[in-house]
Design a protein around this ligand. Structure first.
Ligand code: ADP
Length: 652
């Protein structure tokens, strides 16, 4: 039989398949099973009208047969089959639309030199029958088409061409027989002859194919031992023994959980599915089921909000994305474009009959469909989180502990574009409640005259509780939110305001609580103390930008605030960053420090008296006050020994 040549573009794809990288190989099985399933779909449709066919829905199946000795793996179906012409036109050239697009993508990329990007596409989007050449050195297809008396064989050992010849086959359908490549030292193909590999590949990629996928599965059973044998011993277990046997079994579960009605997929089932499929230990915080029928795309989805973060969640290794199925066939393990970055913790599956198996990046149609799905899912996830927040505070708090940080990062990403959507989902520690509350709850409980939402940033609740700046707020019955994550200060800035109430840091230089009369009074005393305040600033020698009288301090003698854009928290944050990774922040970040003194405190009086009688002693009081302010702000002293010396001297 004369050898025929592949068309040039087919040959190129074939070459790519043959040289493909290891990790993508396993998808060949998915591709062949999917072709088999399509062929059965076609014959099943014909069977509806052709009584003579004598086949019912129950008769259709896909069989996987392995022969380790011959090193062959066969995928068979009793579907529509192919004639000799079909074999020629379907397998000899690129008939498949996906492959054509793949080819176009390659030419657009500038072909050969970009071959690696092409290979990447193989992994994500199947390119059909030719993928068999990723694992096989020779592929034989024996097929008998519906309505035909005879069968044909198509055989090829790769890019040097193929042969078509007459063959035998008892019934309609197709066998794809792969002669696996030889194992190389660091590159094995024998695994595709192993039962458990095939079993798990079917489970992984083709579990939800609606036709049964059948293969020999090893089982073991207890059998009664030979009575003569067992007579020799009186131990009861010696009367029976285990024996293994093989059985043809349907491996795939056929009806995906997300396709089942709610009554046939309980919450318990969904939780189990989540744990098994997504390697989670705990039940999810929420399960979201979606059945959407739309003009652009219809789909079903089952999403999970985990209640704990995977161990690698905050590392580069974590890959976000949803599993994407086209009519029950897995086409992408992690489709990241279905989720916004700030919901990257969501796991789950999306299944649409409107997507074809060969969905690929360059098809605008799919792009639009995926965008529609993504926009919809974003809303569903948000609504579910809001529902959880409303109805199950403990569950939400647990979720928030795991992923609250992610939501805050979401607030900051894309220049705050998502702040509007996310702020309702944030929780902050409330000083008054000694627990987490939402901004809405904060605002609801504000006394009428309170103008701002107050927050304090720091490394721990205990230290923040002692922050002198918060005291006047507490006295007025104003709650303060304690923000203890590194990025909180930025998050608070990104939020800016909530329901028209500005967020204000208690370490900022204006709490906005002094009334007009108080303010004027303060200005007057400040005028009178101008000289003293300037002296304090001078004697601290550039450490502060300003010394002023505090309008708010109650029992503390002093506090540190910051004016301008850089807060003390940012300074602290950038400096930690700098010590962890020096390159991250090249210039030292410094807040413009303002030392606020409490004019009605005894220490202020002592400072004043010293200023009048002994300037050197007054300078020490200034240092003492500054050191105290640093410590209460959670900052380090410049020189601890010197500070202790001053205390001893002033108190002796
Ligand atoms: P696709 O399946 O996307 O069309 P393939 O390269 O996998 O691309 O297959 C090319 C064509 O070969 C299919 O469209 C189908 O007509 C035919 N084909 C492949 N496998 C089978 C099969 N098992 N039974 C019948 N026809 C098949």
């Amino acid at each position: 039989m004369a050898k025929r040549q592949f068309k040039s573009e087919s040959k190129r794809i074939l070459d790519l398949m043959i040289g493909s990288i290891y990790t993508h190989r396993e998808i060949f099985l998915r591709e062949l099973i999917s072709n088999a399933s399509d062929a059965i779909d076609k014959l099943c449709y014909i069977a509806l009208t052709d009584d003579k066919l004598g086949l019912t829905r129950e008769d259709f199946k896909i069989e996987i047969t392995r022969d380790p000795e011959a090193r062959t793996l066969t995928v068979s179906d009793n579907g529509v089959g192919m004639t000799a012409e079909d074999l020629e036109s379907n397998l000899g050239v690129i008939a498949r639309s996906g492959s054509l697009k793949f080819k176009n993508q390659l030419s657009a990329d500038g072909a050969q030199d970009k071959a690696s990007s092409g290979i990447d596409i193989i992994g994500q989007f199947g390119v059909g029958f030719y993928s068999a050449f990723m694992v096989a050195k020779k592929v034989t297809v024996i097929s008998r088409a519906y309505g035909s008396d005879s069968a044909n064989m198509w055989e090829s050992s790769g890019s040097d061409g193929y042969v078509i010849s007459p063959a035998e086959r008892a019934a309609f359908g197709t066998d794809v027989i792969m002669q696996l490549k030889d194992d190389a030292e660091d590159d094995g193909y024998s695994e595709f002859l192993e039962e458990h590999t095939l079993y798990s590949l079917i489970k992984k990629y083709s579990d939800y194919i609606r036709w049964p996928i059948i293969m020999d599965v090893t089982r073991s059973r207890r059998v009664e031992a030979d009575p003569q044998e067992s007579g020799k011993s009186d131990k009861p277990e010696s009367k029976s023994k285990w024996e293994s046997y093989t059985e043809r079994e349907t491996v795939n579960s056929r009806i995906p959980i997300w396709q089942r009605p709610k009554s046939e997929a309980t919450d318990e089932d969904c939780n189990e599915f989540f744990k098994e499929q997504f390697d989670a230990e705990e039940d999810p915080a929420a399960v979201i089921r979606v059945a959407a029928e739309g003009a652009a795309v219809s789909y079903k989805a089952m999403l999970f909000v985990p209640s704990a973060a995977p161990y690698d969640y905050f590392t580069r290794e974590y890959e976000p994305g949803l599993r994407l199925y086209a009519s029950g066939v897995l086409i992408m393990e992690k489709c990241a474009s279905l989720l916004p970055e700030y919901f990257r913790f969501v796991r789950g599956v999306v299944d649409s009959a409107d997507l074809s198996l060969n969905i690929s990046r360059e098809t605008l149609q799919h792009d639009r469909q995926l965008k529609t799905i993504a926009a919809n899912l974003e809303k569903k996830v948000r609504a579910e989180l809001e529902r959880l927040l409303e109805n199950d505070r403990a569950g939400y708090a647990k979720f928030y502990e795991a992923f609250g940080l992610q939501l805050k990062y979401g607030l900051l990403s894309d220049y705050g574009a998502h702040a509007e959507k996310l702020r309702g989902l944030l929780l902050f520690y409330s000083a008054r409640e000694a627990g987490l509350i939402t901004l809405a709850e904060y605002v609801k409980n504000m006394p009428e005259e309170q103008k701002f939402i107050y927050y304090a940033c720091g490394s721990g609740i205990a230290a923040l509780d002692k922050l002198p700046q918060a005291e006047p707020l507490r006295e007025r019955g104003y709650d303060v939110l304690y923000l203890t994550d590194d990025i909180d200060d930025f998050a608070a800035r990104a939020l800016g305001e909530y329901e028209g109430r500005q967020l204000r840091s208690v370490t900022g230089d204006d709490l906005g609580i002094a009334d007009e009369a108080e303010r004027r009074e303060l200005e007057k005393t400040e005028q009178e103390s101008r000289e003293l305040l300037d002296f304090v600033k001078e004697s601290l020698d550039g450490k502060i930008s300003e010394a002023r009288l505090s309008a708010t301090l109650v029992s503390a003698p002093v506090c540190l605030t910051a004016k301008g854009g850089v807060t003390l928290e940012m300074e602290r944050y950038f400096n930690t960053l700098k010590s962890v990774s020096p390159a991250a922040s090249p210039a030292p970040v410094r807040a413009e420090r303002v030392l606020e003194l409490n004019a009605s405190h005894r220490l202020f009086e002592l400072l004043k008296n010293a200023y009048e009688s002994d300037r050197e002693r007054a300078a020490k009081y200034a240092e003492l006050l500054y050191g105290q302010a640093l410590l209460t702000a959670g900052l380090e002293l410049d020189d601890a020994a010197r500070f202790c010396g001053i205390i001893s001297e002033l108190t002796a």
